[in-house]
Ligand binder design. Structure first.
Ligand code: ADP
Ligand code: ADP
Ligand code: ZN
Length: 228
């Protein structure tokens, strides 16, 4: 199964991907995480991407598509969640080609809809475990014990350099200009499913699982409304 989680920055894509990985055995492919790893390692891609990410703009399609192509080869045979990719129509077209070459089919695109004010609040409160990457929020998803990671017991946490109020505006603008056109793109393909992302974390997972069980039965038409 190949699933795309689509939505503006802070919509909850990473949070839901993390839950689907642990409950259903998906592999998560987050182009944002891959880019942050490139930045941390000081690679050529990382050096090129750093300034762009700090401005809240999108990294060039060719860089992203090459990175994704290599990663798809490494994840051969696994159920995948694409989180944060594609983000432009050319990336979506490239993905169609990459999947066709491998005789893979996209199962569906789940769009998480969240109000703009809520996005900013989610992003500025976001932090994650430095050891295992588990994701948290100051208010909405605190650690159970203050200063201790629920998942690995780690004590060190990090915040992203681009999770500031100023950068959020640029990231939202990039989303509206470059990523939102993917909704009609996938709607035309009959692959688009909308989820109410304003609900709590658990309720959003339940909604996504409803869509997934529809895929497993070979069609979601009976149970879940498709967005077309
Ligand atoms: P994205 O990957 O779409 O940018 P994240 O999954 O990192 O978004 O979520 C952004 C922040 O909002 C995180 O701190 C996360 O804990 C929190 N969050 C995620 N989903 C919800 C939700 N349904 N309700 C409240 N807070 C949420
Ligand atoms: P969020 O879900 O909070 O928007 P991500 O971790 O997905 O954040 O992405 C962080 C940054 O990495 C983006 O603002 C952008 O600069 C870059 N990036 C990630 N994925 C892509 C992509 N598919 N295409 C272009 N740039 C990307
Ligand atoms: Zn941890």
């Amino acid at each position: 199964m190949i699933l795309i989680l689509l939505g503006p920055p802070g919509a909850g894509k990473g949070t839901q991907a993390e839950r689907l990985v642990s409950r259903h055995g998906f592999r998560q492919i987050s182009t944002g995480d891959m880019l942050r790893a490139e930045v941390a390692s000081g690679s050529a891609i990382g050096r090129e991407a750093k300034a762009i990410m700090d401005r809240g703009e999108l990294v060039p399609d060719n860089v992203i598509v090459r990175m994704l192509d290599r990663r798809l080869a490494a994840e051969d045979g696994h159920d995948l969640i694409l989180d944060g990719f594609p983000r432009t129509v050319p990336q979506a077209e490239a993905l169609d080609r990459l999947l066709a070459e491998r005789e893979l089919e996209l199962s569906g695109v789940i769009v998480m809809e969240v109000d703009e004010e809520a996005l900013t609040e989610r992003i500025v409160g976001r932090f994650s475990c430095a050891s295992c990457g588990a994701s948290y929020h100051d208010k909405f998803r605190p650690t159970r014990i203050d200063g201790v990671c629920d998942r690995c017991g780690g004590h060190e946490f990090v915040r992203r350099a681009d999770d500031t109020r100023e950068t959020v505006l640029a990231r939202l603008a990039a989303y509206h200009a470059q990523t939102a056109p993917l909704l009609p793109y996938y709607r035309k393909m009959g692959k688009l499913y909308l989820v109410e992302g304003m609900a709590g974390i658990e309720a959003v997972t339940t909604a996504i699982e409803g869509i997934l069980s529809g895929f497993a039965r070979g069609g979601v038409h009976a149970k879940v409304m498709r967005a077309d």
